[in-house]
Design a protein around this ligand. Structure first.
Ligand code: UDP
Length: 342
């Protein structure tokens, strides 16, 4: 029997590459399109090595509609996942037009082409950033969205709105938007993981690079927040667990289980962890000493947010499984693999 195929836009990236592995291991074929603006083709070689699968890899920019159209003309698939977006919050403040153009054009092209070619199922990478600074924890999918604090965050909000409106008109299509909390960690094989370019802006890559001696010292941005230890709180979700949420979303749509043709799920663990807790746990599970200091608050940071993942647990049938210890170990194994550290 021919396998169901999924088009993975941005499949060479951090979450995309892990999702390719999980899709293949769940019995799907994948086709990857990526412009390598923030990824490397070698990630797909590593996915091939982990899975033993053949993976067509097309170098194209999803913003280039004619190049993107050729992928639809050549390959048969019923489902697509949109990871092809820029994601650095700080950069988005400096280059807002790049973010709006990139993130929205690639999504609009995908919706248009899926509609034109009758490819019904779409999974969209949204973010807990749409909740802003929540008034109440944990956040459910009903928690009101708030004004975005960065152009990046706004692209996620606008993308959800575009999809909601498009699905009202295109009733033969379905979308599941997954609101990710903070993805961290790497595949247990240590063959794929996050590849930040330049100085990492996110906590865990900064932590692993500090442990590897590439950065001198981790700055913990603020210890005077109104939280138990004074540092910010996030819901850190293992990237393999997150990848599996995409498989659950594709299964749900291909098996005709969706209750509406636009659905939203929080993808988190349900556990809030502070920056200090994370730094300490990293040292503990990896038996090393991390050089860190308390630094001033970082502008624009949310104080605390964590997910109520009940809807994903019960309706989507997905649950975070890896422990924070395992995830932090995988993050360090990946960094060691990258740097050739034993
Ligand atoms: N953070 C930190 N030092 C760093 C990077 C991040 O203390 O070098 C903190 C940041 O202030 C936030 C948390 O770690 O409270 C997670 O930040 P990240 O940028 O990874 O994700 P965000 O939730 O801000 O998108």
């Amino acid at each position: 029997m021919k396998k169901e195929c999924v088009l993975v836009c941005g499949g060479a990236g951090y979450i995309g590459s892990h999702t390719c592995v999980e899709l293949i291991q769940a019995g799907y074929d994948v086709v990857v399109v990526d412009n390598f603006s923030n990824s490397e083709p070698s990630a797909i070689d590593h996915v091939r090595r982990i899975t033993g699968a053949e993976i067509p890899l097309i170098e194209a920019d999803c913003c280039d509609r004619e190049a993107f159209r050729k992928v639809f003309e050549k390959y048969e698939f019923n489902s697509a996942i949109h990871f092809a977006a820029s994601k650095a919050v700080g950069e988005s403040v400096q280059k807002p037009m790049l973010y709006y153009r990139n993130n929205l054009t690639s999504l609009m092209n995908l919706i248009d082409l899926m509609h034109e070619f009758n490819r019904p199922n779409l999974v969209f990478s949204s973010s807990c950033t749409v909740y802003g600074e929540p008034k109440k924890q944990p956040v459910t999918e009903q928690t009101p969205r708030q004004e975005a604090t960065s152009p990046y965050g706004n692209t996620k909000k606008i993308s959800e709105d575009i999809l909601r409106d498009a699905m009202k008109a295109y009733t033969d299509m379905k979308t599941i938007a997954l609101r990710y909390f903070n993805p961290i960690g790497a595949h247990p094989s240590a063959l794929i993981g996050e590849l930040p370019r330049g100085v990492p802006q996110n906590l865990v890559p900064y932590v692993t690079q500090t442990a590897a001696g590439i950065r001198e010292c981790l700055s913990i941005f603020g210890d005077d927040y109104p939280t138990p230890d004074g540092s910010c709180i996030r819901d850190y979700i293992d990237v393999v667990d997150l990848a599996k949420a995409h498989v659950a979303a594709i299964n749900r749509m291909t098996q005709g289980k969706s209750e509406a043709n636009f659905e939203v799920f929080n993808i988190g663990t349900g556990r809030g962890v502070s920056v200090l807790e994370l730094a300490n746990k990293f040292q503990q599970v990896n038996h090393l000493k991390l050089n860190y200091k308390i630094a001033p608050r970082r502008e624009g940071d949310i104080i605390a947010i964590w997910a109520d993942p009940t809807r994903a647990n019960t309706v989507l049938g997905w649950k975070a499984e890896r422990t924070l210890d395992e995830t932090l170990e995988s993050a360090w194994n990946w960094e060691k693999h990258l740097r050739g550290i034993e």
